[in-house]
Ligand binder design. Structure first.
Ligand SMILES: [Zn+2]
Ligand SMILES: [Zn+2]
Length: 258
């Protein structure tokens, strides 16, 4: 059985309330090398660390997601995050970024939160997991300025955008979206991204790959995304997984945490 590292998941989500720990026990025994579970606000970041504490091979990322920044106290969150990020199982700052999809959103507030958390990550020498939706222009402007040690997660953009992200030295990760019928643009972009810059992720409980599209996603379904990536790259599934797992080790420096 191939064991895959899932570099982006949300096991704090209520979708896992009924079976969170049985599921993680099983996944880590059979299907997962390592799992990174990301917080989307202060409370969820704390929960993610609690989950990571229970397993040698689960790590957490702590951060405030753009969709949550309206509900977070701007005067206090950075100090809170800094404390959480000093936890030995905190492997990254995330999930952070920009999301101008759902109205109403506060563009200026999102930009402030994103910049502040990029600066925190730089100060703490931690990698960042970045979310971008309907915000390509602002996102690329900020990334060009910061050139963070970061990953653009759930990539669905064009070849041109992928080229720019790569030029900043960043990684790109793919979810089950890669297996969707309408993923032509992401597949085209995937072709030009060197395999040593790609990571695999589920974004569980969201973005389940075909043939599970629409179901609750978990890291056990990541094999379908790995198979699709292997097909795009003309590599064996084993080789694809081996390289993506190594990429994750290098990016998160798991051995540095603990
Ligand atoms: Zn996201
Ligand atoms: Zn996510």
């Amino acid at each position: 059985m191939i064991k895959i590292t899932d570099t982006h998941s949300h096991y704090d989500d209520e979708a896992f309330d009924s079976d969170r720990y049985e599921l993680l026990d099983k996944l880590l025994a059979e299907k997962c090398e390592k799992i990174v579970t990301l917080g989307c606000d202060i409370e969820k970041s704390r929960t993610s660390l609690h989950i990571a504490e229970k397993y040698e091979n689960v790590y957490a990322a702590v951060g405030v997601h753009p969709e949550n920044c309206n509900d977070v106290d701007e005067s206090a969150y950075l100090d809170e995050l800094k404390k959480l990020a000093s936890h030995p199982k905190a492997a990254a700052i995330g999930e952070i970024g920009l999301d101008f999809h759902w109205e109403p959103y506060d563009r200026e507030r999102q930009l402030r939160f994103f910049r502040a958390q990029l600066e925190l990550a730089r100060e703490l020498d931690l990698p960042v997991c970045i979310h971008s939706r309907d915000s390509t222009k602002n996102m690329l402007d900020i990334l060009r300025e910061y050139k963070p040690n970061g990953v653009m997660h759930c990539f669905s953009g064009s070849t041109e955008v992928a080229r720019e992200i790569l030029s900043f030295g960043m990684m790109i990760s793919f979810t089950g979206l890669l297996t969707f019928k309408n993923a032509k643009k992401a597949i085209e972009a995937c072709r030009i991204i060197p395999i040593d810059r790609i990571m695999l992720e589920t974004d569980s409980p969201y973005m389940a790959p075909v043939p599970h599209r629409g179901e609750r996603n978990d890291s056990g379904f990541l094999i379908h995304t790995a198979e699709k990536l292997a097909e795009i790259k003309g590599l064996s599934v084993e080789e694809t997984v081996r390289i993506c797992n190594e990429n994750a080790e290098r990016f998160f420096r798991f051995e540095k945490s603990r």
